[in-house]
Ligand binder design. Sequence first.
Ligand SMILES: [Zn+2]
Ligand SMILES: [Zn+2]
Length: 352
Amino acid sequence: MKAFVMRSIGKVGFEDKPVPDNPGPNGAIIQTSCALVCTSDTHTVSGGIGERTNLTLGHEAVGTIHRLGSDVKTHLKEGDRVAVNAITPCYRCENCLRGYSSQCSEMLGGWKFANIKDEVFAEYFHVSDAEANLVPIPEAVPDEAAVYTCDMMSTGFIGAENASIPIGGTVAVFAQGPVGLMATAGARLLGAGLVIAVESIPNRLELARHFGADVVIDFQKEDPVEGILDITGGCGVDSAIEALGARDTFEDCVKVTRPGGTISNVGYHGKGEYVMIPRMAWGVGMGEKTIRTALCPGGKERMERLLRLIERGRIDPTPMTTHTFRFEDMEKAFHMMETKEDDILKPLIRFG
Ligand SMILES: [Zn+2]
Ligand SMILES: [Zn+2]
């Protein structure tokens, strides 16, 4: 089969690989139907997690069960249309049992796809611990929408969930890439009374309004800290969500959060040795501002809830798909994701 791989740092391309034929007793082999390219795939290729050789990329995909392990007895059968989260914990190790499944075995250890094993930019891929990690997709939910539950919805929504938003409370979301947009949508779903989105790219600002931002601040035209303090009568917001992974936006989150509020980080801080906390805005360490972080929560139970939101019409993530490619044209899709040309947000890849 064809697989789209990271050959080494900075190099990608197609490789012929054997179809994985052994699911193992608890695993499954999935035939891929569609996938999304993620900015973190490009971070991986640029060396974000170190060197990899001929590693199949991708961690956001849905498909049908091609082969199922002999010990998988519940809720799944071959031929089922299924989704799997980008994070696939074991649900047996100490960290999983402590309730931190994204940190499976070790910090960030739930992230196995396209990190420690070949993954979804291929015609077939393997999923371990299928009973806990695979979820059937409801009939009313098309693959093109379900694929957003793998990472974008789960990550964006945990940004909002971790932000401890009081009902009717005020929220600022820094950056409106796909994760930030889903944090905006998540804040609305959780009952925020005012959602302020910070971004500068026009199509992202437009989508921010579409997904529920009441106010958008273009940081190229206005200082976002001043803008947010203005809108909130100088108080600051109850909750600030960092959805970019940059020092400046993280510091701005601390500055705009009111005492007792929460800073929720879902951005991937890919550069530099340190992330700084602005001392005065932190109440010199006594402002009762909480900082929380998360890695995309996985597992069947969460995936079922995310799919229910689509099935019941609470959200339609598909306006984030700005481009569609056939798998053969993966190289172009990947390159555009690196350069962000043509205001690309999420490229959908179709297989078969
Ligand atoms: Zn992703
Ligand atoms: Zn585990």
